[in-house]
Ligand binder design. Sequence first.
Ligand code: DX5
Ligand code: ZN
Length: 225
Amino acid sequence: MLNKPEIQISPSIIATDLTTLGSDVASFDPAIIDLLHMDVMDGHFVPNLTFGPGYIKKLMTHTEIPLDIHLMIENPDVAIAQYLELKPRYLTIHYESTRFPIRLLSLIRSTSILAGISINPATPIASIKDILPYLDLVLIMSVDPGFYGQKFLDIALSKIKELKNIIHALNLERQIVIQVDGGITEENIAEVVKSGAEIIVAGNSAFSGGNVNENVLKLKKAAIS
Ligand code: DX5
Ligand code: ZN
């Protein structure tokens, strides 16, 4: 369990050139880039295929920035051991991908990695209410997962607020952080943060134009405006 952080930005690496990221990542300023968001997609849970633990293991030798792994894969229990070995800061599974979220979240936590559960836009907050004591992060998807560069879905805002209220009522504020992922821009980030999100994933808006440090600083500034 971590103390509650300030707003953090987690650039989603699928929005950049993965073939050159090993050398590009040297220019990412760890004082600006809080986390690196890794979208693992298996072509089954989502209609896209990205990378797996082998790529992440190589990439992490090039940077000290903590990893934030977002698993969009079927049967995460089969592959979880390979991701635990990587020792990310956060390891997030999808609620819709497993019948046994408590078992998986407990396994993640038993290795001192912070455990996250993610819900798709169509999944109600009520689905995860009972498992909140078993986790450290809730990732609210603000797009249907699978691709970067999609448009933010406004339904995420009311879900963030609803979750924030439940976390408060259950007195879990010091334990759980809310992360939001999908379609975040300089234009909508302030509203997302005002609703209660604390870790913001940014793909397109972090990498477009190529200067990730500058883009993330702009997002942080916009977040508190
Ligand atoms: C969507 C991924 C996101 C995505 C974010 O399936 O989980 O992390 O890369 O990219 P943007 O910010 O461009 O929507
Ligand atoms: Zn993601």
